[in-house]
Design a protein around this ligand. Sequence first.
Ligand SMILES: Cc1cc2nc3c(=O)[nH]c(=O)nc-3n(C[C@H](O)[C@H](O)[C@H](O)COP(=O)(O)OP(=O)(O)OC[C@H]3O[C@@H](n4cnc5c(N)ncnc54)[C@H](O)[C@@H]3O)c2cc1C
Length: 452
Amino acid sequence: MTSAQFRAIIVGGGPVGLTAAHALSRAGIDFLMLERRPNVVVDAGSNLVLLPMALRTLYQIGLRSVLESVSSPLGTINRIDHRGHDLGDMKWFELDKENFGVHPRVISRHDLTKSLYEGLSADAQAKTLPNKKVSSINKTSDGVVVACADGTSYAGSIIIAADGAHSLVRDCMRTLALEAGSPDVNDEKPFLTTYRALWLRFPTSISSALQAGTTCETHGRNLATQLFAGEDTAVIGLYERLDKPTRERIRFTESDQDELIERWADLPLLRNEKLTLRDAYEAKIQAGLISLEEGVVQHWSWDGCVVLAGDAAHKFTPSTAAGCNNGIIDVVALVNELHKVIEEVHVSSKGLESVPSRSQMAAAFKTYQDARYLAVTTGQKLAANVTAMATWQTGVHKFLDRCIFSFQSLQRFMANHEASKIAQTPVFDFFEGEEQTAGRVPWAAPTTLKVN
Ligand SMILES: Cc1cc2nc3c(=O)[nH]c(=O)nc-3n(C[C@H](O)[C@H](O)[C@H](O)COP(=O)(O)OP(=O)(O)OC[C@H]3O[C@@H](n4cnc5c(N)ncnc54)[C@H](O)[C@@H]3O)c2cc1C
């Protein structure tokens, strides 16, 4: 298949935008990726846990060995309360390994974006442009034009918005829908913020108890932490409930961060080991205080020319480590549809045409959203419930968290129930490979086997 006249413009070069660059390259679809930062490889932000569904995708595009060399498998999750009392262990990660053949892995954002970027061919890397802050988008008779703050502009057939939770493209898409008098107009502020998060990276050398794979959560009223240790650095995510939920964007200051640390300085981060929040903060390599938006955008595309993926479309609390993982799977579902519709047009025009019409693209985008919407809305609610449980939002949450969830048989029951849904996760269906993540639960869509 060739798609010489069709070009996708990816806005945003985070994990989802970079995965889209890989997928489009593999699909033979021309693209351009515009990233506002000066470098595509970032050295900031919290570490991320990659779950079997996203690992499967990343392994499928050939990144297994590089990712395994820069990430650490995670094991049992220890849990304690604010006073350091044991709340029992969670075995989710071991159960993931049993069900899907791989342990979830923790990786820094730097190593993830570096692996994704360096895994692209030289030709594909040349299509990823840093220092390109998109400032507006326009629809033309046969496609779209994207304008950047530096005065440049780029024409394409479609825009894939992978520009994160505060997506400018999503805002532009809303304006286009309003101007067209469409009933499919998204809420202006689709996400609600109930918690804020402090992420904090520090060297594992500050405590001998911090081995690669060490995982511990501290739970209690209105505040919970999650600690994941890699080889050299560990990260904690601290989630604190705000006084009042808000749809406004909040920007926190250094002094908000210092004040938060001061208030929770003695919070224990590990079971049976003296490591407090203050210890971690004093040794910090990087930290940031951000708001945790939550929600799922109602309409993921506009008029067959703009489509949302990743945090631009949905935002989770990090408690189930699902935001980026789901964003990566969005790319799978979206590029499967793009590949299919472009190929159909190409075949039906006997190789003369490879640009689908707006209505064909709109139908492909709808199929993509339909394929993802249920998984994403359920995942977002699950993440919200897990955060509520860890922060003891009600007496019931506290009771369940302290007295019920440590039962291993219950965890197994729940993990198995969840596994049957995870097994429905799509995989790229347009290139061959070998199944690299196989466990007790078969994937509904198997990886296409290499024909020898
Ligand atoms: C504390 C914390 C812990 C987390 N832990 C996990 C985890 O363990 N596992 C997990 O799966 N998820 C986790 N997440 C969620 C995860 O970080 C996001 O889901 C993920 O980063 C989304 O990727 P994305 O590429 O869609 O958006 P982003 O990572 O936000 O990337 C968007 C990119 O677009 C660029 N951009 C924005 N606007 C423009 C513009 N106008 N023009 C050009 N470029 C633009 C940005 O510079 C950025 O590079 C966590 C989140 C937080 C806050």
